[in-house]
Write a protein that binds this ligand. Structure first.
Ligand code: NAD
Length: 343
């Protein structure tokens, strides 16, 4: 084991503290050497420090360049801007890596193993939105601007191609809507086709699929996909769809990666409907922690953690309610820790 690795910990909102506690127990059991710096953000940031993204949290990540994060609540409609989006922008975490792998066999879709690479900084998430008032309706017209750049497209496509080749994948699918948003998503498709011709032809398979058709194909035959790379909003939607193929949001981890920092989290949100009830499934965050271990090159620890999660679910049949089981969050965590066993 290496010496300690400084890392920022943001437990987050809703079920955040419950699933973070469970994940820390599993990380301790595999002897993960993270030296945690606990920080706040989201609604907890607003409640405690009057700021959804306090300067101390930013300073911590600037120092550690590595974070594990619970879900952060964002009010819909008005209120403050998403701390998740701001964190991605602040640390230029341009790549959102969302693997969807079957852990529990025998579900509606078996043997799923696909990766969605989502562009994380551009597109319709840049927050350029406005209302135009007409007469007495202040919200008579709503507008949003999307921006995709050549440089941003190239950056995420390079990440996707290189990641796919390095991990032995066979095919990249570029997902777009260039038939309708000819400029906004056309630039992404055009850049992908150019890069493939110039750098990657013969090294990996390549196809382009329109997003609506992709959603249908993912449900009819998800096995035809390997690595999907797409723009911000499409990636957000398709990765939730992919999470559904492997048992739901409780099973889907994600990594936000940039040149200078990486933040690991579950794909799901703060699940306010079950918060504080001990019902949350911590698997997604535990799998995100396994990605974090891999990121710092502790591949064996990551494998141990993944194996223990799979054995807990499949051999011990300890499962939380979302998977049809009766275990609480902490009971599930205890079972994973028992499976990991002594070092
Ligand atoms: P959600 O993902 O929180 O919940 C959707 C449904 O899935 C709910 O029924 C919830 O109970 C269930 N669910 C989610 N995670 C679960 C888990 N680990 N175990 C068992 N069930 C789980 O989505 P939402 O309700 O649309 O969003 C709630 C809040 O989370 C919003 O404020 C949203 O902005 C925020 N959010 C944050 C992130 C993030 O921090 N990365 C991501 C998505 C949404």
């Amino acid at each position: 084991m290496p010496q300690t690795i400084p890392a920022t910990l943001i437990p987050g909102d809703g079920i955040g503290h419950e699933i973070v506690d469970a994940t820390l127990a599993a990380l301790d059991a595999v002897g993960a050497p993270f030296e945690w710096d606990r920080q706040i953000a989201g609604l907890e940031g607003v409640t405690i420090a009057g700021d959804p993204l306090p300067p101390a949290t930013l300073a911590s990540i600037r120092r550690t360049r590595l974070a594990l994060k619970g879900p952060l609540e964002t009010p819909s409609g008005g209120g403050y801007r998403s701390s998740n989006v701001r964190l991605r922008e602040e640390f230029k975490l341009y790549a959102n890596l969302r693997p969807a792998r079957t852990v529990i066999p025998g579900g509606r879709f078996d043997d799923i193993d696909l990766v969605i690479v989502r562009e994380n900084l551009e597109g319709l998430y840049i927050g350029h939105e406005a209302y135009i008032p007409i007469d007495d309706d202040p919200h008579a017209v709503a507008m949003a601007t999307g921006i995709n750049t050549r440089q941003g497209s190239r950056r995420i496509l390079k990440f996707a191609f290189e990641h796919a080749i390095a991990t032995g994948r066979k095919k990249i699918t570029v997902v777009h809507k260039a038939n309708i948003m000819k400029a906004l998503t056309g630039i992404f498709l055009e850049t992908a086709q150019q890069m493939y011709e110039e750098h990657y032809k013969g090294r990996i398979g390549f196809e382009a699929v329109i997003v609506d058709a992709c959603a249908m194909k993912l449900v009819i035959n998800p096995w035809q996909f390997d690595v999907i790379v797409t723009t911000n909003l499409f990636g957000d939607i398709l990765s939730d769809l992919a999470a559904g193929l492997v048992g739901g949001l409780g099973m889907a981890p994600g990594a936000n990666i940039g040149h200078d920092a990486a933040i690991f989290e579950a794909v799901h949100g703060s699940a306010p409907d079950i918060a504080g009830q001990g019902k949350a499934n911590p698997t997604a965050l535990m799998l995100a922690a396994a990605m974090m271990l891999e990121h710092v090159k502790l591949v064996e620890s990551a494998q141990r953690l993944r194996r223990a999660i799979a054995d807990t679910l499949n051999v011990d049949k300890v499962r939380t309610g979302d998977l049809g089981g009766r275990a609480s969050t902490s009971e599930f965590a205890k079972a994973v820790v028992a499976r990991i066993g002594p070092a």
